[in-house]
Design a protein around this ligand. Structure first.
Ligand SMILES: [Zn+2]
Length: 235
């Protein structure tokens, strides 16, 4: 089940997340390993993360600006090829036609062959934004391959029909079929998470929950830290 080979054909990745720290926490280990192999990775955050604070002292627009800067810091640490923010408000994301079109446009622009996103159908997924991001990412897949869908998107320089060939769902415990040992890159994953200072102000101490979660995943395959995914067949 320890299957980094599940990613053998991956060349260009798009990660569709809800909040600025989702990529780092949910799949930062595998992304780090893929970047080291020369894979280009693009990050999409659907929301600004503008309610992600434990107290109301910082205004929403200031928090959003801080989180955009943290996103860039984390992306630099991970070596991402590009980041996008779709500008929706945190806590209010819905998988509507506008969000579907925004994501479809990025499938067409980035020409990614592989999608990473939230499993919208895992019953334990309590965050509505996570469900919405995953649902919209899956919903955008099919129309983005069709030339008559939003043809104006195809006029953008570099854009072409969506080339996605495989999907990996994260933040799920439903039908896991890929478990990857990320122990060797775990310091890089933690460093990228800690770039989100607004979320983890006490550094590694704030990430104890993540270490415990990835440690439990590691127990599945007898390693210290692992990330788990569910593959979804697409064509
Ligand atoms: Zn999130």
């Amino acid at each position: 089940m320890n299957r980094f080979d599940a990613f053998n054909e991956v060349r260009r990745v798009i990660v569709v997340a809800a909040h600025p720290d989702d990529l780092e926490c949910c799949c930062g280990g595998v992304i780090s390993m893929l970047v080291a192999r020369g894979v280009q990775v693009f990050s999409v955050n659907c929301t600004l993360g503008d309610i992600g604070a434990q107290n109301g002292e910082v205004g929403r627009s200031t928090l959003a600006a801080n989180r955009l800067a943290e996103t860039e810091d984390a992306a630099r640490l991970l070596g991402l090829a590009g980041t996008y923010n779709l500008g929706h408000h945190d806590g209010e994301l819905v998988p509507d036609l506008e969000l579907r079109a925004q994501i479809a446009c990025l499938y067409r622009l980035t020409q990614a062959d592989t999608l990473f996103t939230f499993d919208p159908h895992w019953p334990g997924q309590i965050h509505p934004d996570h469900r919405a991001a995953g649902q919209a990412a899956l919903d955008a897949y099919m129309p983005s391959k069709m030339p008559l869908y939003r043809p104006e998107q195809l006029a953008e320089p570099g854009a072409d029909l969506c080339k996605l060939q495989r999907v990996f769902l994260f933040s799920t415990e439903r039908d896991i079929d890929v478990c990857v040992d990320v122990t060797s890159v775990y310091p890089a994953k933690l460093a990228a998470c800690q770039a989100h200072l607004s979320q983890f102000p006490r550094g590694e101490e704030s990430l104890q929950w993540l270490k415990e979660m990835d440690g439990r995943a590691g127990q599945r395959i007898g390693v210290t830290y692992a990330e788990i995914y569910r593959t979804m067949l697409v064509w």
